[in-house]
Design a protein around this ligand. Sequence first.
Ligand code: HEM
Length: 415
Amino acid sequence: MTTVVAPELDLADLSFWRRPPKERHEAFARLRQLEHPVFFEERRVPLLRSGRGFYALVRHADVVEAGRNAAVFSSEPAVTSPEPPGWVKHVFGESMVNMDDPRHARLRRIVSRAFSPRMLSNLQGDIERACARIVDDAVAEGPQDFVRQVAAKLPIHVICDMMGIPAEHRARVHAHVDVSTAYTGVRPSLFRSLRMAGANVLALLALQRLVVRLGRERARAPQGDLVSALVTANVDGERLTWRELGSFFSLLLVAGNETARNTMAHGIKLLTDHPDQRELLLSDFDAHINGTIEEMVRHVSPIMQFRRTVTQDYDLRGLHLRPGDKVVLFYGSANRDEEVFPEAGRFDITRKPNPHVGFGGPGPHFCLGANLARQEMRTMFRELFTRLPGIAAVGEPELLLSNFDNSVRSQRFTF
Ligand code: HEM
């Protein structure tokens, strides 16, 4: 059962993701009009297991249903396409994002300690100081690239702070993250792909070793930081193993870094391109900043897709799914579904309700860091608009070619 609607709508083909965002949104709008989700052939990527194809879920209702019903729509063996090769699991340990309950629930219970309202409120002072320093440095250097000078700096700083990574190791974390994120783009050649994969593996392994060493120190002499909380047992005797601690740190770096960075980078461009919305925000920052951030996440959809694997026979709006079928949840498409978001292409900071799925659908895997990301972005935009009221993006962003991250490599700006 293979239905490719039209070659130019082949979501598995990289040439689709090379097209300008406007064209891609129009293509998804056409797909949403079809009666059934569509089955596409998946391209085979050498050395990576890719399987036989996937159903594209492009409507809001379908993405929500799949996210919510984790018993049918499993996150195992992996939520990315193509699936990482088996050795990755053995080398790095498993990530909770690729697990179902009860294994997922146990891990989520433990690491949720990191994201409790109390933990987040303890971080606020530090986030404010970091934003002030970042803006100081941008002012001293003069405006060049918003991504490098502003957006890329905050999320990684916050993750290091949460994990209590000592100052002397931070430069190493930054360097490793640079290598790892270079790999998230679409790979132009097999040779380059293998070289980058090799560098990425070494970078992540080094980071995991670093945090495990910290964990061992904290287990011997606990301090008030998160690593101490994760490696010492709670009342139910639950704690992370060393291997789980290493995988969790890698997950935070991957999940919490690019996403917030790209939302801020696209966000400054959106506020520049929509002067009426910017004026409205600045007329009463406190009243409008939360709506602005939700609308940015909806409009941008920093993560464009995640996958699920069907565990049992299931009817989804008349489409019969079988065990082993793969479905891909296109968040960017669901977030533009006119049935839920009138004038979905418009950037409207007063949109209410705004049930976007930018942080994932409601369900067990809903973004654990959503409130932290909101807090980071709120604080950074407050600092930027207070100190640099004339701040604006200049020209068009340089986008990274990817079918997964809606990633901005660079965005010129002025203030
Ligand atoms: C604008 C910023 C962000 C966006 C758009 C975003 C998006 C997402 C999405 C779509 C998922 C769902 C995965 C799934 O359904 O399989 C997810 C999960 C997750 N996110 Fe985020 N994220 C953001 C920021 C962060 C931050 C700052 C952190 C932490 C520092 C974080 C940590 C996580 C974790 C740990 C998960 C896995 C949850 C689980 O499997 O139970 N995210 N995120």
